[in-house]
Write a protein that binds this ligand. Structure first.
Ligand code: ZN
Length: 240
C-alpha cells in the first residue's frame, strides 16, 4: 500500500517536472526543437531592428507610421491574418511606407499543443493576407506570446521559415511598461549591435509604448545606431 502511494507521488512529481520543462522550452526566446530561432544577430555593426507585434488596427497604424515616417526609420510589423483581413488598407499603408511585414499567425492563439493542420492554416492564410497587402519580401514568423513546442517549429523548419523572437522586451516588466520614459530607458540600457526590440503599439492600451518610439529612435541614433528591418538585420549576420 505504502509502495503504491510513493509510486503515485513519484509519477506526479515526474509529470510536473516534464510539464514545467516543456513550458520553459516552449517559452524560450533562444531555443526551439526544429529550425532556426533568432532573438538577435551577431554583428559588430550598430544596427537594431524595431519590431511591432499585432494589428494592423484602424486606431493606431497611422500614428506609428507617422512617427516612423518623420524619423525616416524602417521597421518590421508582425501582423495577424485576422486583423490584416479586417484592416487591409492599413496593411497596404505599412507596405507602401517601405516597412517589412511578418507573420504573427492568423488568430493569435497560443501555439503550444496544436495540430499540424491548425498550424498550416494559421500560417498560410496569414501569408496570403500579407501578399495581398503588397509585401513581396521574405516573410518571417513570430509566434504569438513567443510560444512554440513541437508542431509549430517543425512546420516552420519544413517550410524554410525563420522564427524571429527578440532580445529586448521592455513591456514584460509591468513597472516599465506603464511609463514611456522607462521603456525608452530600458531599450537604451539593454541594446547592443544586432538587437531586436519588441514593442506593441497597435492598441490604445499601449499608448506609453507608442510614446516611447520617438524617444527611443532619438536615443539610439545619438549612440550611433542605424535602424533596419528584420530581413536587413539578417543580412548582417556573421559579417565582420
Ligand atoms: Zn502578439
Amino acid at each position: 500500500m505504502r509502495k503504491r502511494y510513493y509510486g503515485i507521488i513519484l509519477a506526479i512529481v515526474v509529470l510536473f517536472v516534464v510539464f514545467y520543462s516543456l513550458r520553459q522550452v516552449g517559452d524560450s526566446r533562444t531555443f526551439q526543437f526544429f529550425g532556426e530561432i533568432i532573438p538577435r544577430v551577431d554583428t559588430p555593426k550598430k544596427v537594431v531592428a524595431l519590431t511591432f507585434d499585432d494589428g494592423p488596427t484602424s486606431c493606431c497604424t497611422e500614428k506609428i507610421l507617422g512617427i516612423l515616417g518623420n524619423t525616416n526609420v524602417k521597421a518590421t510589423f508582425f501582423v495577424t491574418g485576422r486583423e490584416l483581413e479586417q484592416n487591409p488598407a492599413e496593411g497596404q499603408r505599412i507596405v507602401a511606407a517601405g516597412h517589412e511585414l511578418g507573420n504573427h499567425s492568423y488568430s493569435h492563439a497560443r501555439m503550444f499543443f496544436v495540430s499540424p493542420s491548425f498550424v498550416a492554416e494559421e500560417i498560410e492564410s496569414t501569408d496570403r493576407q500579407i501578399r495581398a497587402a503588397g509585401y513581396s519580401g521574405e516573410i518571417h514568423f513570430r509566434p504569438p506570446y513567443g510560444k512554440k513546442l513541437f508542431v509549430l517549429p517543425y512546420y516552420l523548419a519544413r517550410t524554410n521559415r525563420k522564427t524571429i523572437t527578440w532580445d529586448i522586451e521592455p513591456e514584460s516588466h509591468p513597472d516599465i511598461a506603464k511609463d514611456s520614459n522607462k521603456i525608452s530607458e530600458h531599450i537604451l540600457t539593454n541594446v547592443r549591435p544586432g538587437s531586436i526590440v519588441l514593442l506593441h503599439v497597435m492598441y490604445e492600451s499601449r499608448r506609453e509604448s507608442l510614446k516611447a518610439v520617438q524617444k527611443t529612435i532619438g536615443n539610439l541614433r545619438s549612440q550611433g545606431y542605424e535602424f533596419v528591418t528584420v530581413s536587413e538585420l539578417l543580412a548582417n549576420r556573421n559579417q565582420t
